[in-house]
Design a protein around this ligand. Sequence first.
Ligand code: QAP
Ligand code: CO
Length: 171
Amino acid sequence: MKLTIVEYPDKKLREKSKEVISFDENLHKLLDSMYHVMMNTNGIGLAAIQVAYPICALILNIPDENEEQPRENLLEIINPVITHKDGESVYQEGCLSVPHFYEDIKRFETVTINYQDRDANTKTIEADGLLAIAIQHEMDHLEGILFIDKLSYSRRKKFEKEYKRMQKEKK
Ligand code: QAP
Ligand code: CO
């Protein structure tokens, strides 16, 4: 399955993702291909909508203490719902759909989610640290929200200017 990352300002990123109903081979193939794209692009998290599939599916692979991302640490999260959130933390985020731009974003420090795995089994994760931040970042994608939407007006303006300049340089 050939996938490419959808990049800002593509409007496709603004679509709201739909609940996953069929936990079939097509879903498994998509998840497997998403994993390869994420690894090839040095990502730690990727939502299906970022590869043009607007469904409530995301993957996460947070680096371990040796900065490695073995496949057994991969989390595949389908139809997530946040059931608890608490605290506050700030982290410098990036996004594969907004390449080469990083900014401090405030999130909840801990979150608990209910979700389904690729075989529709119901699961719960209580997350803190980078995992909690990544879950919130990826779940925003399911709503069509990007981390740059959370910037102050002046930082957002600065971003738009820098991003346009970078896009020109690429061409
Ligand atoms: C979301 O982001 C995230 O600009 C995942 O040139 C980010 O994997 C969650 C990436 C921070 C929590 C904290 C970005 C790779 C990867 C780039 C990513 C780039 C290459 C971003
Ligand atoms: Co992102």
